[in-house]
Design a protein around this ligand. Sequence first.
Ligand SMILES: CC(C)(COP(=O)(O)OP(=O)(O)OC[C@H]1O[C@@H](n2cnc3c(N)ncnc32)[C@H](O)[C@@H]1OP(=O)(O)O)[C@@H](O)C(=O)NCCC(=O)NCCS
Length: 185
Amino acid sequence: MATTTPLTCQLLTNELLPAVLDLDQICLGGLWTEAGYRREIDSPNSDLLVLLAHEYVIGLGCVWAILDEAHITTLAIHPDYHRQRLGQLLLIQLLQQAHQRSLTHATLEVRASNHRALQLYQKFGFRTAGQRKRYYQDGENALILWRSQLQTPEFQHCLTHLQRECAVSFKQNHYQWLPDVTITQ
Ligand SMILES: CC(C)(COP(=O)(O)OP(=O)(O)OC[C@H]1O[C@@H](n2cnc3c(N)ncnc32)[C@H](O)[C@@H]1OP(=O)(O)O)[C@@H](O)C(=O)NCCC(=O)NCCS
């Protein structure tokens, strides 16, 4: 019988910083420095979540609370773990944090060419609201995505449906998801 891998999600801590910096290099090419991640740990308006398989950090995602908006600033899963609905799980966790902070809208910027991320966000009801020309250093445009009505029953139903999809995938891939109800600061 295949052994199951426990999956957990928690807020970033100083102990996990080296692993998160490694993951950032692998997935995002060094988006944030160590000082940048430390600022996220210290900021009362930021939830930086890490996803762990056993004790290994395999995903990271961050949401900032600005007025009534949830700004999703980063989301990444280690390439060895793609296409198992782990990115979907992490996005659910980020949006649940936003919901618990009573935020009403979510927004983010994504490369216009990042089709897999765009498909992921579309599943959550994000829609393109505009674009920022030459937003990235290499000159690529960013699409601005927007998801409103985070506090409605419709949105909770959407998350429940997406959670069920995760559960199916985790069963197939022998993950045991251990939700942490104490995640909110
Ligand atoms: C985007 C990313 C987080 C997706 O993570 P993942 O764990 O592989 O994605 P999931 O398995 O949870 O996929 C969920 C949905 O996303 C979309 N998706 C993910 N990977 C896809 C791919 N390679 N092709 C098409 N759609 C894809 C699909 O809609 C999928 O739903 P489905 O399983 O019903 O088809 C991951 O590719 C990544 O880390 N990319 C590099 C960093 C990045 O681009 N982050 C986004 C910055 S805004």
